[in-house]
Write a protein that binds this ligand. Structure first.
Ligand code: ATP
Ligand code: MG
Length: 418
């Protein structure tokens, strides 16, 4: 029986990889320009990092984690997100003792046991950015500006930035109680999951994707009516800083984000082209996370972009597949050997050259050059070889010229403008 990949785990083949590389390259350029440094973290962590960090009563921890025991009986989990791991690394290496302010970004796969469908997979990739150690709302606005700039630079249009505030330890409990009371009254209209969330984490009901739940809660009390003066002041300044930079936003008091650790500012960037999986990215402030995982009181804010969803939104017509600069077609034994040597020399010079391994006819070699979308073809025959030359064909214009082989590299570099 043919062995297939696990459901929800995807291969990304070379004809798609150009888009991925473009997105990742743009992220690196933009984030580094904003003063963020790359960090690399492990894929596996101790389970309690996520159960404590993300929160026991979240969908991720309740039902989406890949958790298993290793051979020594430790409970390990394939990370469902990166923030908790990055925070752990920052604590573990006591980065804060040198400078509490750290700006990190990370690109890599995450794992969640969700029902696979378009835009929702069990292994998916995220681009993450986090700022630790700053409470000032200036940084909330700054990270949102960076995110929107990145999405625009990648080529996304028709984006909508939604923001909300979720309050803090002081004001959220009262809101939670009010919300619980409201939800209890309408609980007969809620799905089974939400009935359970009502007790454990009523805010999560806002995140429910079931239509009947969505319509049952349209009149629910809004968090923004319960925030304490400090949280309100913080949020006002975030909005002010966004306005100063000329970035427009929509207030969405129902956006609560799926993770427990969020406090104060929460944001999402939504694209309406995506259907039901319409969130490309989301993030927020998490001023309690460090304490939850055993560290000192350090504030943080960050976001995660889903690469699969982002790639699916890239504008059509942009050429992402890289094609060879040159295809070398050889006719006969001597020219084939010369082609092999030539291609090796070109590779050393950074010129993408391909050759035919099958010794086929000139016609079929040229068909392959076409198929690969090579920009030039070099035709190497016995007679030309004796003269130390070859025919160079521009595959687009179809024009041909005889060129000397001894300075082929510079001829090509000039023609390719590389
Ligand atoms: P959703 O509401 O769609 O489940 P989420 O709130 O769980 O998203 P986050 O945990 O905030 O998502 O992750 C940030 C981004 O990662 C999302 O906006 C999305 O682009 C992407 N993402 C999350 N889960 C998946 C998944 N299972 N498959 C593909 N991308 C995902
Ligand atoms: Mg989710």
């Amino acid at each position: 029986m043919e062995i297939k990949a696990i459901r929800g785990f995807n291969d990304i083949l070379p004809d798609e990889i150009g888009k991925w590389q473009f997105v990742e390259r743009t992220a690196r350029e933009v984030f580094e320009g904003f003063g963020f440094s790359e960090i690399r973290i492990p894929i596996l962590e101790r389970t309690e990092l996520f159960s404590r960090g993300i929160g026991e009563a979240t969908d991720i921890v309740e039902k989406e984690m890949y958790t298993f025991s290793d051979r020594s009986g430790n409970s390990l989990t394939l990370r469902p997100e990166a923030t908790a791991s990055i925070a752990r690394a920052y604590l573990e290496h006591q980065v804060y003792s040198f400078d509490p302010v750290a700006k990190y970004y990370y690109i890599g796969p995450m794992f969640r046991y969700e029902r696979p469908q378009k835009g929702r997979y069990r292994q998916f990739y995220q681009i993450d950015a986090e700022v630790f150690g700053v409470e000032n709302p200036m940084v909330d606005a700054e990270i949102i500006l960076m995110l929107v700039h990145f999405l625009k630079k990648v080529g996304l249009e028709n984006l909508e930035l939604q923001i909300n505030t979720l309050g803090c330890r002081k004001c959220r409990p009262r809101y939670r109680e009010e919300l619980k009371a409201f939800m209890k009254n309408i609980s007969f209209q809620l799905c089974e999951d939400c009935q359970r969330r009502l007790e454990t984490n009523p805010l999560r009901i806002f995140d429910c994707k079931v239509e009947t739940c969505k319509s049952a809660i349209t009149e629910a009390p809004q968090v923004t009516n319960y925030t304490c003066p400090d949280c309100q002041g913080h949020f006002d300044r975030v909005k002010e800083y966004l306005a100063v930079a000329g970035l427009s936003y929509i207030l969405n008091p129902k956006m609560v984000r799926g993770l427990d650790y969020y406090t104060r500012t929460a944001f999402e960037v939504v694209s309406y082209q995506l259907g039901s999986q319409n969130a490309v990215t989301g993030g927020g402030r998490y001023d309690n996370l460090f304490q939850e995982i055993g560290g000192p009181d350090i504030p943080g804010i960050g976001f995660a972009v889903g690469i699969e969803r982002l790639v699916s939104l890239l504008p059509a017509g942009k050429e992402f597949v890289s094609s060879p600069h040159l295809f070398v077609a050889a006719l006969g034994e001597g020219p084939a050997r010369e082609a092999y040597k030539l291609v090796y020399e070109l590779h050393l010079q950074g010129i993408q050259a391909e050759l035919d391994y099958e010794r086929r006819s000139l016609k079929s070699q040229m068909r392959r050059a076409d198929k690969l979308k090579a920009r030039f073809a070099l035709i190497l025959g016995e007679d030309e070889l004796k003269r130390g030359t070859a025919m160079l064909r521009n595959m687009e214009t179809k024009s041909q010229e005889e060129v000397p082989l001894n300075d082929l590299t510079s001829t090509l570099k000039q023609k390719l403008a590389i």
